[in-house]
Design a protein around this ligand. Structure first.
Ligand SMILES: NC(=O)c1ccc[n+]([C@@H]2O[C@H](COP(=O)([O-])OP(=O)(O)OC[C@H]3O[C@@H](n4cnc5c(N)ncnc54)[C@H](OP(=O)(O)O)[C@@H]3O)[C@@H](O)[C@H]2O)c1
Length: 309
C-alpha cells in the first residue's frame, strides 16, 4: 500500500514506519521538518512538507493520522491549549479537506485519539460501548479527544473506512512515559502517585503497532478501538512492577495535592483512573503479545540491555 503518516517522526510513528516498511508498504510522512524524515523514519520514507504537495499528483491507499503537540510537557495555558487543539483538530480538518479534494481518495483513515476520551472511569471497566454521551466532553482532554475523533469521522462521509485509535499509555524503550520514569525508578526514587488506587491502561508498543497493522488490513474494522492491553493495573501495582523490573523498590508516594500544585490541570493525566478494556480489538480477533505488565516490562528492559551491551 501507499501510506501517508502524519506524526510519523514521533514515538509511535517511528515504530510504525519501521514495521510498515518491513511489511513492504511505501511510506510518506507529513512533517514540519521534512529534511529530518529520512534520518528519523527510514531512508526509504518519502517526506511531505505540506498537504498541498499531495494534491500535486500523488495518491495514497491509507492515511494514519498521529500528529499532535505533546500533551504532558507544558502547562495548559490558553495559548498551549490552542496549540494542542490546532495540531490535532486543525490538522485533521485540513487532512479531510485534502482527501475531499484528491481525485483518487484513500480507502482508509486510521486517526489518533486517546483513552482520555473516557475521562474519569473510576473502578468501572470501560469498553468502547460503555460510554453514555452525557458523561463526555467534561474536561479539556476529553474535549480534545472528542473533537479529534469527530474531525476524523467526517472522512467517512467521503467514503473512507475510518478507525479511531483510542490509545492508552504506550510503553516503549525509546521514550514516552517509561522513558521519563526509568531513571528515577532505577535510582530508587520512583513513587506511587496519590493514593496509587487509580487504574492505568497501558499497552506495549509492539502491541500498539500490531493493532494498527490489524486495523489497516481488516476491511470490516471501523469506528473506535481501544488500543490498551487487556490487563490494566492500579498505579501502585504499576509502580511496584516497574521498580521490581529495575531491581529497585518503592519507598515514596507523591501526594495528590503536591502533584496538583506542580502540574495544575495536567495532574488529572496522572491521578485520573481509567480502567479501559480493548473489547473491540479482542472481538476482531486481535491477539496481544503482552497482555500482562510484568512480561511487557521484562521485554522492554531486555531491549534496553541489548542496546547498552
Ligand atoms: N505515546 C503515548 O503514550 C500516547 C498515548 C495516547 C495518545 N497518544 C497520541 O498519539 C499521537 C502520537 O503519539 P507520540 O507519542 O508518537 O507523539 P510524539 O512523539 O510527541 O510525536 C507527535 C508528532 O506530532 C507532530 N507534532 C508535534 N507538535 C506538532 C504541532 N504543533 N503541529 C503539528 N504537528 C506536530 C511531530 O511531527 P513533526 O515534528 O515531524 O511535524 C511529532 O513527531 C499523539 O497525537 C499523542 O497525543 C500518544
Amino acid at each position: 500500500m501507499d501510506i501517508l503518516i502524519t506524526g510519523g517522526t514521533g514515538l509511535l510513528g517511528r515504530a510504525l514506519c519501521t514495521a510498515l516498511l518491513a511489511d513492504g508498504h511505501r511510506i510518506s510522512v507529513l512533517s514540519r521538518r521534512p529534511d529530518r524524515v529520512a534520518a528519523v523514519c527510514g531512508a526509504a520514507v518519502r517526506p511531505l512538507a505540506r498537504l498541498a504537495d499531495w494534491q500535486a499528483g500523488m495518491s495514497f491507499d491509507a492515511i494514519i493520522n498521529l500528529a499532535g503537540a505533546p500533551i504532558v510537557d507544558l502547562p495548559w495555558t490558553h495559548a498551549r491549549k490552542q496549540v494542542l487543539w490546532s495540531s490535532r483538530i486543525g490538522l485533521t480538518q485540513a487532512l479531510v479537506e485534502a482527501i475531499a479534494a484528491a481525485p483518487v481518495k484513500p480507502r482508509v483513515l486510521l486517526s489518533g485519539s486517546a483513552i482520555g476520551f473516557y475521562g474519569e472511569t473510576g473502578d468501572t471497566p470501560c469498553s468502547e460501548t460503555s460510554v453514555s454521551p452525557a458523561s463526555l466532553a467534561e474536561d479539556f482532554s476529553q474535549r480534545l479527544c472528542a473533537g479529534w475523533e469527530s474531525a476524523a469521522g467526517r472522512a467517512a462521509d467521503l467514503g473512507l473506512r475510518v478507525c479511531v485509535l483510542r490509545t492508552g499509555i504506550v510503553l516503549s524503550h525509546s521514550g514516552g512515559m517509561l522513558g521519563r520514569m526509568r531513571l528515577p525508578f532505577r535510582l530508587g526514587l520512583g513513587c506511587r502517585l496519590g493514593d496509587g488506587r487509580q487504574w492505568m491502561s497501558w499497552i506495549h508498543i509492539a502491541d500498539w503497532v500490531g493493532a494498527v497493522r490489524h486495523l489497516l488490513q481488516d476491511e470490516e474494522a471501523a469506528g473506535a478501538f481501544n488500543l490498551t492491553a487487556p490487563q490494566p493495573v492500579r498505579n501502585a501495582d504499576f509502580s511496584d512492577a516497574l521498580a521490581a523490573s529495575l531491581g529497585s523498590r518503592i519507598h515514596l508516594a507523591m501526594p495528590a495535592l503536591a502533584l496538583r500544585a506542580l502540574l495544575g490541570q495536567r495532574a488529572g493525566l496522572l491521578l485520573g483512573s481509567q480502567r479501559i478494556l480493548p473489547a473491540r480489538l479482542a472481538a476482531a480477533g486481535h491477539a496481544f503479545r503482552f497482555a500482562g505488565l510484568a512480561e511487557a516490562l521484562q521485554d522492554l528492559h531486555g531491549a534496553d540491555q541489548v542496546r547498552q551491551a
